[in-house]
Ligand binder design. Structure first.
Ligand code: NAD
Length: 383
């Protein structure tokens, strides 16, 4: 069987996402399974080249995983023989410049979201990538979560009848960093470093709503900086200049109304860190990261409002679990496999820079809606 090595420059691999989800759970997991077999029998074999700012950290990661290639110089790494793909998982503010460098070097580019800090820059990257004739893609991991795959299956199977509304709850308490260490990096709370929950999460909500329910046509958002001061990784207090919660209403094609709360300042009273309830004329579903439960029209109870009596029904027990019916792999890995196949001419990859730009567009319009205090139409992006 022919084996084709694909050199992949992974930039930002010392970070949370870069290390855990992309290097360990995706690239190394693909190697552990013996590579990726394409339709013609060729085995694709990813060869990671770790890139970052700290040689000490890169060397430690490489040694831990038996890897030999790393660099603190992006240009030099891209020029190494065998490199075909550039992957970016740096902080958001550092992304566009590095992606440009990779496009100029003629590499295929796959990147974490958001693609850029504003839609103009995102579209410019898409245009440059097309002109250079490279393959491009943006991480849209939530589409590959078991819970959302089961939800999509219900939509495709016509379970809901006419979909009326979607209610999404995302969030958890991110510690301020004073008496307990924060579990997210401090740049997330500084707008000057590309932080903010609208910039972070609205690109996810864009592809989730567009792909699973219906295309987003308008946005109305209210952001908030609930915790104005936090303490950083070095124990130093800093002003939190970026939104740590966002309350959004989105109108979708066909009149569906989606409300999504995104918050790093809420305590979880849910089964999963994100949950979407979809209500339709024929039935409803609640989907999380892994689970999806349904209640069909025929199984819907008839509650009667009476605050004088304690609730007599266990409403949660009236829902049914949607079976997996298949094995779900890690979502980041699944999308990596699709991108590598795409690079090797072994399949389509619809989650390109234009899809990434649509995510950036929703974040940008969400921020504008908050600032101007009004509902804003989401126009089609010209390719
Ligand atoms: N798809 C998802 O679900 C998901 C989840 C979290 C984060 N992300 C995205 O992944 C990217 C990385 O996020 P993270 O949470 O891993 O962040 P992180 O702070 O843990 O890692 C950031 C990486 O960027 C590097 N970096 C480059 N320039 C830097 C600078 N000037 N200051 C600080 N670090 C710099 C760091 O060395 C580190 O390797 C972001 O763009 C974020 O939006 C995606």
């Amino acid at each position: 069987m022919a084996r084709r090595s694909i050199g992949i420059v992974l930039n930002g691999v010392t970070g949370r996402m870069g290390y855990r989800q992309h290097l360990v759970r995706s690239i190394l997991a693909i190697r552990d399974q013996g590579g990726l077999t394409t339709a013609d029998g060729t085995v694709l074999w990813p060869e990671p080249i770790l890139v970052g700012r700290s040689e000490v950290k890169l060397r430690a990661i490489a040694e831990r995983h038996g890897l030999t290639e790393w660099s603190t110089d992006l240009g030099e790494a891209l020029a190494r023989p065998g490199v075909e793909v550039y992957f970016d998982t740096q902080i958001t503010g550092a992304r566009a410049a590095a992606v440009r460098t990779a496009i100029e070097a003629g590499k295929h580019v796959y990147t974490e979201k958001p693609l850029a800090e504003d839609v103009e820059e995102a579209l410019e990257l898409a245009r440059l990538a097309d002109e250079a004739g490279i393959r491009h893609g943006v991480v849209q991991d939530k589409l590959f979560l078991p819970g959302l795959l089961k939800l999509k299956r219900l939509v495709d199977g016509g379970f809901f009848g006419r979909i009326l509304s979607v209610r999404g709850e995302f969030g958890y308490w991110v510690f301020e960093g004073d008496w307990q260490e924060a579990q997210r990096p401090s740049w997330n709370y500084r707008v000057e470093d590309g932080g903010g929950i609208i910039a972070d999460m609205f690109c996810h909500w864009r592809y989730v709503l567009d792909n699973v329910i219906a295309p987003v046509r308008s946005v109305q958002a209210l952001g908030a900086i609930h915790i104005p001061e936090r303490v950083d990784e070095n124990g130093k207090p800093y002003a939190a200049t970026a939104d740590d919660a966002a309350y959004g209403i989105f109108e979708l094609e066909g009149g569906v109304i989606a409300q999504v709360n995104s918050s790093w300042t809420t305590r979880v009273f849910r089964d999963e860190l994100v949950e979407f309830q979809v209500d339709g004329t024929e039935g409803s579903a609640v989907a999380g990261l892994r689970r999806c439960r349904v209640q069909h029209r025929s199984m819907t109870p008839k509650p009667v409002w009476n605050p004088d009596l304690p609730a007599t029904e266990d409403f949660r027990a009236q829902w049914q679990e949607v079976p997996d019916n298949t094995e779900f792999d890690n979502g980041f890995k699944t999308q990596w496999e699709l991108f590598l196949r795409h690079v090797a001419d072994d399949g389509a990859f619809p989650w390109d820079f234009y899809a990434g730009a649509r995510g950036v567009q929703l974040a940008e319009l969400g921020l504008r809606s908050w600032k101007e205090g009004r509902r804003i139409e989401v126009p089609e992006l010209a390719k």
